[in-house]
Design a protein around this ligand. Structure first.
Ligand SMILES: Cc1cc2nc3c(=O)[nH]c(=O)nc-3n(C[C@H](O)[C@H](O)[C@H](O)COP(=O)(O)OP(=O)(O)OC[C@H]3O[C@@H](n4cnc5c(N)ncnc54)[C@H](O)[C@@H]3O)c2cc1C
Length: 401
């Protein structure tokens, strides 16, 4: 195996590092350092997207003809690593990672021309209207109904767990347009303006006291028929296409590698019985090594997905695999962090980890976000399609069971 790293890749890494040093402001960096979920402070994440967009780097995974930078797989891996290393906040995924790639694959030329530049620039902030109170894993049972009236659909019903709906000015969502036949064959995929009369958004406050998810109500909401993606009653195919990007488009490995390296750093400072460091404890170092090996394996699979996406293909069931591995590893790494910190992880100080807060943190700085990250990581195996459901998809699509 040739392990030589080409000079061009070193030069690219230097270019990214110097861009980050010049453009990642202290305020935006703090939002990344303090982020305890895949979502950083919405305003600062969008400010960071605008800076990346000005350099043409907001969507490394998009095809060049739609505004991607045309990078190789290794360049994209380097970029993702350097962003995490520099503690840049993660970008809001609903537009760049979900709606954009879906419109590139399934949208009309008019929809692509209108929405894609606005997604890249951050002018539009998207949310995902799939789940309903009675439709989560069993998404096809959704009941929010859209009736045709002239050139419009008129929508009534409700969506729930809609992340950042209170910040969004756009929603991509699924509505029922027929109650005939199989549940999947009566669903339509629509693009909505969140400022349309009849839409009400009620934020839901989470365990961490932050309202991230919302319930959205639709009361005779009129949406032009031209906002439909794909054919009427064929939205299930569009929704599934988008979900492969939601599950497979995320790059877990670079972040996991760096988070685990941090766990190792502070475990090396934690003293255990006999004056040894926690990293010298056989069981703890074994758990770290297991996680390290799994992260490496995941990195290779993610690179395979990036190459499929780069060639304009959908990653299919591979995205279910990385969703399971990435989220379970996220949970393991956050568990290792909490175990390494012991009682220091228990200090509840949400105000101290708000970007811009001047409240001093109690305990070591690296301990302030560990518990919030641990708790938030429990949700990763639920959203984007629960991991049990992903295992079902692999059993069916890959193993033919
Ligand atoms: C933090 C967070 C953010 C979210 N953001 C959004 C968003 O922005 N937009 C959106 O539309 N939705 C969002 N969701 C909703 C999410 O997609 C659903 O929670 C998820 O699909 C599970 O649905 P449910 O909560 O109704 O649980 P259920 O479907 O009721 O599942 C309950 C349990 O049963 C298991 N189960 C269900 N069916 C099967 C099966 N066939 N085989 C094996 N096990 C099964 C599940 O794995 C789970 O353990 C979010 C959820 C969370 C937690």
């Amino acid at each position: 195996m040739d392990l030589h790293i080409p000079a061009a890749e070193h030069a690219f890494r230097d270019e990214v590092r110097s861009f980050l040093a010049d453009n990642l402001t202290a305020e935006i960096r703090e939002a990344g350092r303090l982020a305890t979920s895949v979502f950083a402070d919405a305003g600062l994440a969008m400010a960071w997207q605008k800076i990346l967009h000005a350099r043409g780097w907001a969507a490394p995974h998009w095809p060049e003809e739609h505004g991607g930078p045309g990078w190789s797989i290794s360049q994209r891996a380097i970029f993702a690593e350097e962003l995490v290393r520099a503690e840049a906040p993660p970008l809001v995924p609903m537009g760049l990672l979900m709606c954009g790639p879906c419109l590139i694959g399934c949208g009309s030329p008019e929809q692509q021309a209108h929405y894609l530049p606005r997604i890249l620039s951050g002018e539009d902030f998207w949310c995902q209207g799939y789940s309903e109170p009675g439709a989560g894993s069993d998404l096809a049972s959704l009941q929010t109904f859209a009736e045709i009236d002239g050139d419009d659909y008129v929508i009534n019903g409700t969506k729930i767990w809609t992340t950042y709906a209170h910040h969004a000015n756009r929603m991509f969502g699924l509505v029922r347009t027929s109650r005939e036949g199989k549940a999947q064959s009566g669903i339509t995929f629509l693009l909505l303006d969140m400022n349309t009369p009849g839409i009400t958004v009620e934020p839901i406050v989470g365990l961490d006291e932050i309202p991230e998810q919302c319930q959205v109500f639709f009361d005779n909401v009129r949406v032009p028929r031209s906002n439909r993606v794909g054919e009427e009653n064929q939205g299930w195919g569009v929704a599934k296409y988008l979900l492969t990007f939601e599950r497979g488009g995320a790059e877990y490995a670079p972040m996991l590698g760096i988070q685990l390296a941090r766990v190792k750093q502070f475990a090396a400072c934690q003293k255990i019985a006999g004056g040894r460091s926690l990293m010298q404890d056989d069981l703890f170092s074994y758990r770290v090594a297991r996680a390290e090996i799994d992260i490496l394996a995941l990195e290779f699979t993610e690179n395979r997905i990036k190459s499929e996406l780069g060639a304009g293909k959908s990653p299919g069931a591979l995205s279910s695999m990385t969703k399971i591995l990435g989220t379970e590893l996220q949970q393991k790494v956050t568990e290792l962090a909490v175990d390494a910190l012991g009682a220091q992880a228990l200090i509840w100080q949400p105000r101290a980890i708000e970007p811009g807060s001047t409240l001093p943190a109690v305990g070591p700085e690296y301990a302030t976000t560990a518990m919030a990250r641990y708790l938030n990581a429990r949700a990763t195996s639920i959203y984007g399609g629960s991991n049990e459901v992903q295992r079902g998809i692999i059993a069916k699509m890959v193993l033919g069971l």
